[in-house]
Design a protein around this ligand. Sequence first.
Ligand SMILES: Nc1nc2c(ncn2[C@@H]2O[C@H](COP(=O)(O)OP(=O)(O)O)[C@@H](O)[C@H]2O)c(=O)[nH]1
Ligand SMILES: [Mg+2]
Length: 228
Amino acid sequence: MSTPYLSIIIPTLNEERNIGRLLAELRTVARSHTHETIVVDGGRDGPSSDNTVKIAKKYGARVLYDNMGKGSALIRGFDAAKGKIIISMDADLSHSPNELRLLVSGIETGYDICVGSRFISGGGSSDMPAFRIFGNKLFVVLVNAIYGTSYTDMCYGYRSFTRKALKKMKLSETGFGIETEINIKAKKANLKVLEVPSFEKKRVDGEGKLRSFRDGFVILKTILGNVF
Ligand SMILES: Nc1nc2c(ncn2[C@@H]2O[C@H](COP(=O)(O)OP(=O)(O)O)[C@@H](O)[C@H]2O)c(=O)[nH]1
Ligand SMILES: [Mg+2]
């Protein structure tokens, strides 16, 4: 395949009831661009134990494997991506394929990274209990105070990147600290970051894998571990 315009990277762990619909919808939205879709499957206990991989392949996605966590899966996908613009998104139908256009336009306008935000006008969430909103806000305040940034959201995975931006950041977070690491390293690398509104819908099927306390602690470690 010649260089695609878009690479869409989707980490998956047991998403058989969501991934087919997502890939079908993406195909329609992304059809005006050459694109590749890379599903990076598996968690610490091995590959998805359901039909996620089979369905992803049926819909034409390239499937890679990873066994360390969401962050590690994303980094693996970023490394394999051949597109000019690289998109990260979740498999659980929380992220609307239609909003991809906003993320693509931001890069076309000249930004290095576009991050979806649920907390600017036009954004929102129906998949976030109050304590998670509180935790996210706490991380936003901490990162902005320590790193001199002005983010409104921290732990949201619907984003777009230039290849160069991904190379510059040298990402290494294996788990749910990955978005926070990106926010911090983007600033450290002097990258131009644009927040675009995004509405997070309720996960359609299955269980969320994020565990608020365990992963909150991981995110805190990410914030403090990048100071020096
Ligand atoms: N490859 C991989 N994907 C994961 C892992 N944990 C979560 N994901 C995927 O990452 C995306 C976001 O995870 P989700 O559980 O919905 O997190 P939440 O929306 O923050 O509650 C989904 O597509 C998951 O299938 C993991 O350990 N490995
Ligand atoms: Mg989710």
